[in-house]
Write a protein that binds this ligand. Structure first.
Ligand code: FES
Ligand code: FES
Length: 159
């Protein structure tokens, strides 16, 4: 029988019932219909399922839902502010940093986490920060460009 959990997702408290071993990814996609978070490998290796937990990137496929009860969870659906895209989302669009886009929500949330921790990363720091995210379409150069663009845009917002 399932347990009841209160999850804080995209700024809203949500009550869910899930088995004790349910993953955050299963709950997001199957219980809450937040399907922007993707299932890739299911083993913590590809980054497609990345969400933010208290502002830091976390693989939702290997995160038990019990471990994140009460923490602030952000999915791709909660990143924009009203109609205004997050600067990282905007930069991915501006640089056309996707082909099939299966990796894109995970890439964007990992990039947000990286820029939260390091607002002006070097190229080497971008590569290191994003190394857990795999793009089967090989759009890495444009993803790099998008993260550089987002970093600059976010500096502009702050100054
Ligand atoms: S689906 Fe979670 S890391 Fe691949
Ligand atoms: S755009 Fe297809 S996997 Fe990255």
């Amino acid at each position: 029988m399932g347990m009841k959990y209160s999850l804080r997702i995209n700024g809203r408290m949500m009550a869910v019932e899930a088995e004790a071993d349910a993953t955050l990814l299963e709950v997001l996609r199957e219980e809450l219909d937040l399907t922007g978070t993707k299932y890739g490998c299911g083993e913590g290796q590809c980054g497609a399922c990345t969400v933010l937990v208290d502002g830091r990137a976390q693989r939702s496929c290997v995160t038990r839902v019990v471990a994140v009860a009460g923490k602030a969870i952000t999915t791709i659906e909660g990143l924009a502010t009203g109609e205004r895209l997050h600067p990282v989302q905007q930069a991915f669009l501006d640089e056309e940093a996707m082909q099939c886009a299966y990796c894109t929500s995970g890439m964007i949330l990992s990039a947000v986490s990286l820029l939260n921790a390091k607002p002006k990363p070097s190229d080497a720091e971008i590569v290191e920060g994003m190394q857990g995210n795999i793009c089967r379409c090989g759009t890495y150069p444009r993803i790099m460009a998008a993260i550089r663009r987002a970093s600059a845009a976010m500096q502009g917002v702050r100054s």
